[in-house]
Write a protein that binds this ligand. Structure first.
Ligand SMILES: Nc1ncnc2c1ncn2[C@@H]1O[C@H](COP(=O)(O)OP(=O)(O)OP(=O)(O)O)[C@@H](O)[C@H]1O
Length: 643
């Protein structure tokens, strides 16, 4: 590479980064080789650039070899053109730097090639390729094998969520398989910090794996989005198919069912009731009804044939790997047990967030405000440090409900004799296993709604949507795999990328025999999440009233809260059901009808944002009926609300 100016770590400004030890190689130009004999070929920093092993919408991933140590890495090269793209990659760096877990891809370094406008992520190389390809090669996975992968995905995700990070783009293509058959969650470009009481509104992810709230452009908390995607992933693993067919362009087949969370299992695939039960509890349209990670990890299917729940097993393995010592021989990367501060989200919910973590949240928020991202040198562990005992997994898993309690030990790297790591098996999850299928929308262990089974012949994930062109695995690339180009954008703004590999979704509405086989569809146009959201808008699914309105009031202390509106929605549903009030819900608006002895009362309940404040309010409006009856109902409702 000629005259590259690799301002390695030019300017990341997060304090957390500075607290980590600096193992970085010094910033290099292409001619600086750290004392060793320079090797020929393209270089990025200290890395000799090899073959392309994958590519995404905005990146190319190549094999790199550290010219000093000879260690192989993956180099994700991005050339952000827009601020949004740059933010995404910077966010990915920021978040990846915080995460150290065996089931999450490790970031070793980030190199800023200012001259060529590139940002290069030096990542742990995962040689087995994408889980997507793994499934394609096999048609589908046995439940046993799916369980093994699923437990590992769960471990990584529990770690993320307990550290208040949601991924928001979980899909088979972002789950890499290493040489030992272990999962590594990758691509944290859309990940975000879950800030208690705050809702997210960015629509992101991949159409096939995105839940209704994203497609309908509603606000969401974050965790539930990942749970939905997890459900789709499990469905795909065990059936080799997707629950819905979202066909090319704006002809969105199966969309109504997707938005309602209705799907059917292919009749050609014999599945256990347990796995269906678990999938049914994850793929649920209403985000607050989706199973929590604490329920999922305790589910009988997840633990069949295993002694411990996934995270407990992980901790045990970590403890076995780390020899017990009385005093830590190495200073932890991040302080042990940072003094927590409390962020109260509501009376029942207490969240402890370390000052360090708060800084990170603030930094990410500043990113959103277009503040400069980089101002100081980040210090990332070098590849040589990848297996440091301090990369052990230490979230607090003893909570019975991770999402609800949000009791976290963010980023606490615990020394081998710290309380957490010394007793890794003391997790005391009190969450009972999930009960048998309870979802009212699902009958038995199968689909909730009678829909015609459909075949999954081609393009399950690929031809339909934006799909990365990657070689089938790193190994094949090492043996001379082809290179690929970055995805381009068409004039219309659609992402067009010829896909050499494709899978097919369940073709609902088409009475063809179910086939789990996967055929390749090439040259099929993909469409992005944006296109799908537009299509939904055009179809009129997404109405304004689905959005949270911002109003001044009037509100009282009994009708205001900092609780996420989605939780308030759930409460209102429960209260109305308990009072036997019929209602129709449109996003944050409930149109209610109470048939009394004398008269029918019709009224509205709406959850709104309190103008200019980070609070939400519940607003009531009588449309018709007796005022006295109405006030009795409202009093009861307000008294039952726990805001
Ligand atoms: N560490 C790694 N080791 C091996 N292969 C990798 C690694 N990271 C990424 N890849 C390959 O490169 C592909 C693209 O990477 P990645 O998903 O991170 O890119 P992206 O541009 O963020 O993708 P997207 O289109 O989802 O935005 C992956 O699907 C995978 O096949």
């Amino acid at each position: 590479m000629s005259a590259i100016t690799c301002n390695s770590y030019t300017d990341i400004h997060l304090d957390s980064i500075q607290e980590e030890p600096c193992y970085n190689t010094p910033p290099l130009t292409s001619r600086s080789v750290g004392g060793n004999t320079p090797r020929k070929g393209k270089r990025i920093g200290n890395y000799l650039v090899g073959k392309t092993i994958g590519s995404g919408t905005s990146s190319k991933v190549k094999i790199g070899t550290n010219i000093i140590t000879g260690k192989k890495v993956a180099i994700k090269i991005t050339k952000p053109k827009r601020i949004k793209e740059r933010k995404e990659i910077e966010r990915e760096i920021t978040i990846l730097k915080l995460l150290k877990h065996d089931n999450i891809i490790q970031l070793y370094d980030a190199i800023y090639d200012d001259e060529r406008g590139r940002i290069c992520l030096i990542l742990e190389l995962v040689s087995g390729g994408e889980l997507f390809d793994y499934i394609v090669a096999r048609g589908r996975l046995s439940e046993r094998e799916a369980r093994k992968f699923f437990r590992q995905i769960l471990c990584g995700l529990i770690y993320c969520h307990s550290n208040m990070i949601c991924h928001r783009d979980l899909k088979l293509e972002n789950l890499l398989v290493d040489d030992d058959g272990n999962i590594k969650i990758s691509d944290f470009g859309y990940s975000n910090i879950i800030k208690p009481g705050n809702l997210m509104s960015t629509f992101c992810g991949s159409p096939v794996y995105a839940p209704p709230e994203i497609l309908l452009e509603r606000k969401y908390v974050g965790n539930e989005v990942d749970i939905w995607s997890l459900g789709i992933i499990l469905f795909a693993m065990v059936t080799g198919q997707l629950p819905w067919s979202l066909t090319d362009g704006v002809q969105v087949e199966g969309l109504d069912r997707l938005l309602k969370g209705e799907f059917k299992y292919p009749s050609s695939v014999l599945l256990s009731n347990e796995v269906k039960d678990l999938i049914n509890k994850m793929i649920i349209a209403n985000p607050s009804d989706r199973a929590k990670l604490s329920e999922i990890k305790a589910h009988p299917w997840v633990n069949k044939g295993y002694e411990l729940e996934p995270d407990e097993e992980y901790l045990r393995k970590q403890a076995e790997k780390t020899p017990p010592t009385t005093s830590p021989s190495v200073t932890p990367d991040i302080p042990i047990s940072p003094r927590p501060i409390s962020t109260s989200t509501n009376s029942n919910q207490q969240t402890s967030i370390s000052p360090q973590f708060t800084r990170i949240i603030d930094s990410l928020e500043n990113q959103d405000k277009n503040k400069p991202l980089y101002s100081s040198s980040p210090n990332l562990p070098s590849p040589q440090k990848a297996n440091s005992p301090h990369s052990a997994f230490k979230p607090n898993f003893s909570t019975s409900n991770l999402e609800d309690k949000r009791s976290i030990q963010p980023l606490s790297i615990t020394s081998p004799n710290s309380p957490v790591s010394s007793s890794p098996l003391t997790s005391t999850s009190t969450t009972p296993p999930l009960s048998p299928i309870t979802s009212p929308s699902r009958s038995g262990a199968s689909s909730p709604t009678p829909t015609t089974p459909t075949s999954f012949k081609t393009s399950l994930f690929h031809g339909l949507f934006k799909k990365k062109h990657s070689s089938s695995s790193v190994s094949s690339s090492l043996n001379g795999g082809s290179s690929s180009s970055m995805a381009g954008e068409s004039e219309s703004g659609y992402i067009i990328q010829p896909s050499p590999r494709s899978l097919t979704p369940v073709q609902l509405n088409v009475a063809t025999p179910v086939s789990p086989s996967i055929e390749a569809i090439s040259q099929k146009r993909r469409f992005s999440l944006e296109d799908l959201v537009k299509a939904i808008r055009n179809k009129g699914f997404s109405k304004n009233k689905d959005k949270l309105r911002s109003i001044k009031g009037p509100f009282t202390s009994l009708t205001t809260t900092s609780m996420p509106p989605i939780e308030v929605v759930k409460q209102i549903e429960d209260i109305l059901n308990a009072q036997q009030i019929t209602y129709q819900q449109n996003g944050f608006l409930f149109e209610c009808k109470h048939v009394g002895n004398s008269e029918t009362v019709i009224f509205e309940i709406e959850i709104c944002r309190v103008n200019g404040m980070d609070m939400y309010g519940v607003k009531f409006k009588r449309l018709c009926g007796n005022v006295w009856d109405y006030s009795v109902i409202i009093k009861k409702t307000v008294d039952s609300l726990q805001l």
